[in-house]
Design a protein around this ligand. Structure first.
Ligand SMILES: NC(=O)c1ccc[n+]([C@@H]2O[C@H](COP(=O)([O-])OP(=O)(O)OC[C@H]3O[C@@H](n4cnc5c(N)ncnc54)[C@H](O)[C@@H]3O)[C@@H](O)[C@H]2O)c1
Length: 441
């Protein structure tokens, strides 16, 4: 099928950048991104320096394609109806209540999306799972689509996204691979080919991998689990280094030079954050339990437990430095985003470290170059579940300042923190947990 109109539901960290790049590389296709949140759409249509997603290079891509063949709209019915191909890029957080709470993926946004597609479609559609989903979700989506429509054929593909925040545009330009899962039927394979043709506009053919739907869905969860596992593995060894006098950086280098292992994701840190790793591993753990594979579930669950241990261990180091009580101490928190070059703070290690320090009595001075003050306040309310956060004990600054702090905790590896002169302050560096405190007075 010749695709002329694409609609993407979900204008977040995945939907926005992926569609911007598809529009840039396929000027013959009209790409419209819709979202249930009109403020987000307004921001995507607003000034380039205030797009809702901060990613190096993204503003330039949006500048070139927006208004040409890239559009952001809150008209979901009209754009679903018009498109031949619809991407679902909505959020799939961990379930908070009901069966599987705390582990399984909450599919309510995906289900709402599928109902909308069924409701507003008047012709056949290719529906693409861009969100990260539990294996066999396509079955459920098909059911919803078929129950809520008549005489329309929906072909469901899985096309998980592998971009990493902070390098999203580069990752989309030069993907290691593009994965497309489809049914082995004639119509399934035709739909797969339509999507292959889109990516083939800029991705070499040998990097476009086609599989069955279930392999594609599971490959995304498994990839994230394997990446996070490397971080937890090296972080667990950082604790052993501290006891034995071995140096974790030397260890990482020695391990990573083995070409069978490789050097990536082997740097010890305060722990991984972000909206994906933890939720995807928990989702994998839940799936394993669902299929009665308790040993496999326990194996992967440990990756998340080590991550919690590492964040806690780092905060405890700071507390121990002050003899167990931080009352009256001021701690500068440098960095709130879960990694550098993004304004995303979901599940950031900074949130957890800051919470423990605050609850042990510290006053906090928080600064991040890209996470807005409002977002930091929202995170504190959402993650700390602390109704009575004393505003006089927390200040959030739009400029870096640490002159009056008793200590500094660096929690995101922003470039601008690299050359600061900390010599008169004690510094705990999440990027260098073993050596923390780095400087001590
Ligand atoms: N963020 C990443 O780095 C990343 C990378 C790869 C895959 N993923 C996966 O991609 C998916 C999306 O992640 P994200 O980070 O872009 O999420 P996000 O929260 O940034 O964006 C999701 C958007 O979907 C919108 N939405 C939700 N339900 C809707 C509905 N029914 N109709 C219209 N709009 C709706 C929300 O308003 C929001 O703007 C998730 O499944 C995630 O696991 C994320």
């Amino acid at each position: 099928m010749q695709i002329k109109n694409i609609c993407c539901i979900g204008a977040g960290y995945v939907g926005g950048p992926t569609m911007a790049v598809i529009a840039l590389k396929c000027p013959h296709i009209s790409v419209t991104v819709v979202d249930a949140n009109p403020d987000k759409i307004k921001a995507w249509n607003g000034p380039l320096e205030q797009l809702p997603v901060y990613e190096p290079g993204l503003a330039e891509v949006v500048k070139e394609a927006r208004g040409r063949n890239l559009f952001f709209s809150d008209d979901i019915p009209g754009n679903v109806e018009k498109a031949e191909m619809i991407f679902m890029a909505v959020n799939t957080p961990t379930k908070k209540e009901g069966e599987g709470a705390g582990m399984a993926a909450d599919l309510r946004y995906v289900e709402a999306c599928a109902s909308d597609i069924a409701k507003y479609s008047k012709s056949d559609k290719i529906v693409i799972e861009k969100s990260t989903l539990p294996v066999r979700t396509a079955e459920k989506i098909k059911e919803i689509l078929e129950e809520n429509s008549t005489n329309i054929h929906f072909e469901i593909l899985s096309n998980p996204e592998f971009l990493a925040e902070g390098t999203a545009v580069q990752d989309l330009f030069k993907s290691d691979r593009v994965l497309i899962g489809g049914d082995q039927t004639e119509s399934g394979q035709k739909a797969v080919q339509s999507l292959v043709d889109i990516y083939a506009n800029w991705i070499p053919k040998d990097k476009i991998l086609t599989t069955n739907v279930w392999s594609s869905e599971l490959a995304k969860l498994a990839s994230n689990a394997m990446l996070a596992q490397r971080i937890s593995s090296i972080n667990s060894l950082s604790a052993l280094c501290e006891k034995t006098g071995a140096n974790i950086d030397e260890l990482s280098k020695a391990i990573g030079m083995d070409h069978r292992i490789g050097p990536h994701f082997l740097k010890a840190s305060v722990g991984f954050g972000g909206s994906c790793f933890q939720k995807d591993i928990l989702n994998l753990v839940y799936l394993c339990k669902y299929y009665g594979l308790d040993e496999v579930a326990d194996y992967w669950h440990q990756v998340v437990k080590i991550n919690d241990y590492q964040k806690d261990r780092f905060a405890q180091k700071i507390i121990n430095h002050f003899g167990g009580d931080l009352t009256g101490k001021t701690i500068a928190i440098l960095g709130w985003a879960f990694k550098a070059n993004t304004n995303d703070s979901r599940e950031s290690a900074a949130i957890y470290v800051a919470e423990k320090l605050y609850k042990t009595g510290a006053n906090l001075e928080i600064y991040d170059p890209k996470v807005l003050q409002d977002q930091i306040i929202k995170d504190i309310k959402f993650y700390w579940k602390e109704k009575s956060v004393k505003s006089n004990r927390i200040s959030i600054s739009s400029n870096i300042r640490f002159g009056n702090a008793d200590t500094i905790a660096i929690l995101t590896e922003w470039e601008e923190f690299k050359d600061l002169d900390f010599e008169k302050t004690t510094v705990f560096d999440g990027r260098n947990i073993l050596k923390s405190p780095l400087y001590s007075i």
